[in-house]
Design a protein around this ligand. Structure first.
Ligand SMILES: Cc1cc2nc3c(=O)[nH]c(=O)nc-3n(C[C@H](O)[C@H](O)[C@H](O)COP(=O)(O)O)c2cc1C
Length: 334
């Protein structure tokens, strides 16, 4: 089984990837938040930082690109290749109105003929270029824009091209991230796919993972986003759960106190890693607030301290609130 960390704009940038890997190794691939390929044929400075090898040391990173024009996407592929990457992921899932109205992300799914022509031009060009023939193009998609029935025709298109892997988030664009992922549609897309398929959506616990695996035993890759931000040890814990009993016995599993101190060190390291790229305390704290909006769940009984985090605007206020979370939670456990 392969485990991937989902791309999440603003969150899974390189400081997160580095720190997460340092404290919770075991992720097979980290996907960058989307990098935009447009008519400027230029990546922004912050996008280039996502690609620099020194910012992706010791981890397998897959750059993700948002594009709907073959020539712009091909430019991005070659620009990214210069940094030594061997896989590039195309975003066909972003539901944000500014992206969709430009016919990108999930908006590209609205025009299957155009998508077909896009793939045709991209793969012909890559195939004809000895330097790019080896590059792998994977796709992250939703099931459609407004109707799951769009999935069938889309699969026919995906099946026509040498896509390396198809990551399916079984929601339509109109669902955004709400409601339940449609497992039935995922099942039929997987059955129809000639490519390896990865499942993505609402895996928040070991039980969620086991249920997915029971429903789709032949699926051998899963991508986790919010569940991993909420509990950075989730993939490690799933791996432990599914490893053979013999191996489990040989390993001395991390107990609760060890996990507690690892989480403390992790979130502190993350704060400082973000701070290395973001100058003002306020902006770093804003980012950490977003992170805590997921991670807070792991610390039941600390709602008062979590409220303090939401109100914090200086490092001292922030640190005092976070320290409160850890000490109250530990006291609550005793
Ligand atoms: C804040 C946020 C930012 C996201 N940014 C991206 C992105 O840049 N590219 C992408 O393909 N998906 C993005 N996604 C979608 C996630 O990669 C993932 O498909 C989605 O969260 C469902 O998986 P999960 O339930 O495991 O979180 C984003 C989702 C959220 C909530």
């Amino acid at each position: 089984m392969k485990f991937y960390c989902a791309p999440m704009e603003g969150l899974t940038t390189f400081p997160f990837r580095q720190v997460h890997h340092r404290f919770f190794p075991g992720v097979d691939k980290y996907f960058t938040p989307f990098l935009v390929a447009n008519q400027t044929l230029h990546f922004k400075r912050k996008e280039i930082r996502e690609l620099l090898p020194e910012n992706n040391k010791d981890i397998c990173t897959v750059p993700q690109v948002l594009s709907n024009k073959a020539e712009e996407f091909l430019w991005a592929v070659r620009a990214i290749q210069q940094y030594g990457y061997s896989e590039i992921n195309l975003n066909l899932g972003c539901p944000s109105p500014t992206v969709v109205t430009r016919g990108r992300g999930a908006g590209f799914l609205a025009d299957p003929d155009r998508l077909d022509r896009f793939f045709d031009a991209v793969f012909q060009d890559l195939e004809a270029d000895p330097d790019s023939r080896m590059i792998r193009i994977s796709v992250k998609t939703r099931t459609g824009l407004t109707d799951h029935a769009e999935a069938g025709p889309l699969m026919k298109i995906f099946n026509r091209y040498p896509i390396h892997e198809l990551i399916i988030h079984p929601r339509r664009r109109i669902d955004l991230y709400k409601g339940q992922p449609d497992r039935e549609v995922f099942g039929s897309m997987m059955a129809e796919s000639v490519h390896p398929v990865c499942y993505n959506g609402d895996i928040r616990s070991i039980e969620d993972y086991l249920r997915m695996k029971e429903a789709f035993p032949e699926c051998d890759a899963v991508m986790i986003g919010r569940g991993l931000i909420r509990d950075p040890s989730l993939i490690e814990r799933i791996r432990e759960e599914i490893m053979p009993e013999e191996t489990k016995k040989q390993l001395c599993s991390a107990g609760e106190p060890e996990m507690h101190s690892r989480l403390w060190d992790y979130q502190l390291a993350l704060y400082h890693a973000y701070h290395d790229t973001i100058e003002s305390d306020r902006d770093v704290i804003a980012k950490m607030k977003e992170l805590w909006s997921y991670m807070g769940d792991l610390f039941p009984g600390t709602e008062k301290n979590q409220k303090q985090i939401r109100k914090a605007w200086t490092y001292e206020q922030y640190l005092s609130a976070v320290s409160g979370i850890f000490s109250d939670h530990q006291d609550g456990e005793k």
